[in-house]
Design a protein around this ligand. Structure first.
Ligand SMILES: C[S@@+](CC[C@H](N)C(=O)[O-])C[C@H]1O[C@@H](n2cnc3c(N)ncnc32)[C@H](O)[C@@H]1O
Length: 305
């Protein structure tokens, strides 16, 4: 059983934005509270689970169809339009099933448009902290042209240098690092580093205060899975935070089929000088996914209608 730690952080820090290409500002680089570090260790134990020990709610084998119905509606279309010189990064890929299915004939049968352009399809990189590759992965990887797919494990996204991973036209994250990271602004900055200008990142979060709920009142009345608070303790929507990123065009919507609020995001990189407003972790409780509360270091500018 995992224990929740609550830290009441009382710091009010100066405003700045995180420049992903520059050295992180001092306060962004400072150590997280001890409770967060302890919870990270508990979280690491989940990644180590195998066989019957894997928590039932830790799903690592979602199909590509599930990615399509979980992410914003145009994800599959964007994937189907990639050509052989493009690259797709799946962050938190688990077993990598979605990537394997992309190379199957079924994908082409279901997405006949753009088939010629796709040719031998994009190069794909699956990223997972732990190695969850299956026999199926090894079989398909061996049958594809060398280097077409790769599976990287043993590190979190932010521990890779951009040079190690290269650049991508498309990135996805279905209950991967975007839901699990204890340092969300660094995670986001790293993804944007890895995207080519014009490239897109598709992801989602479960049980968040959605943009529409935030605009109705903003009072915190439930425990959310991922939450951002301003210095005065008022909630800041995830979408509002994303929309403050420099050089990014952000689309957010709420999955209408889900009773639990699920917000889906597409972040398109529009230029190179990316800046991500810094979030400090103030609460992190291990889980699938973990419960996370962040404090926004810089005040957020009002949104234009
Ligand atoms: C619940 S599984 C989801 C797997 C897959 N996306 C699916 O839907 O079946 C979570 C995955 O995210 C990975 N993950 C969590 N935090 C990560 C991080 N910071 N960087 C890279 N991978 C991460 C885990 O190692 C695991 O592969």
């Amino acid at each position: 059983m995992f224990v929740a730690w609550i830290v009441a952080a009382a710091l009010c820090l100066p405003a700045f934005a995180q420049d992903s290409s520059a050295k992180p500002p001092r306060s962004a680089a400072k150590k997280p509270p001890n409770e967060v570090s302890q919870a990270r260790r508990e979280q690491a134990k989940i990644y180590e689970t195998r066989g019957e020990e894997v928590p039932a709610t830790y799903v690592t084998d979602r199909a590509l169809l599930s990615y399509g119905s979980t992410l914003l509606a145009d994800f599959i279309n964007t994937l189907a339009n990639l050509g052989p010189s493009d690259r797709w990064l799946d962050i938190g890929a688990g077993q990598g099933r979605a990537i394997l299915e992309y190379y199957g004939e079924r994908f082409d049968a279901m997405n006949p448009e753009g088939r010629d352009r796709r040719g031998s399809k994009a190069q794909s990189v699956a990223l997972s902290i732990e190695d969850r590759r299956t026999a199926e992965w090894h079989k398909i990887a061996a049958a594809l042209e060398p280097g077409k797919i790769s599976y990287l494990h043993g590190k979190r996204l932010r521990e890779y240098t951009p040079a190690e991973l290269g650049r991508f036209q498309l990135a996805s994250d279905v209950y991967g690092g975007f839901s699990y990271s204890s340092d969300l602004s660094r995670f986001m900055a790293r993804i944007l580093d890895l995207l080519k200008t014009g490239g897109s990142f598709y992801t989602l979060l479960i049980n968040v205060q959605t943009a529409s709920a935030t605009s109705k009142g903003g009072k915190r009345d439930a425990e959310f899975q991922t939450e951002i608070l301003a210095a005065d303790g008022m909630p800041v929507g995830i979408c509002a935070w994303l929309r403050q990123i420099g050089c990014a065009e952000v689309t957010c919507d709420t999955d209408p089929r889900s009773e639990t609020p699920i917000e889906r995001y597409r972040i398109r990189k529009t230029c190179e000088q990316v800046s991500v407003p810094v979030l400090e972790p103030v609460h992190f409780a291990a889980g699938t996914p973990p419960v996370r509360v962040f404090r926004l270091v810089a005040p957020i500018a009002p949104q234009l209608p």
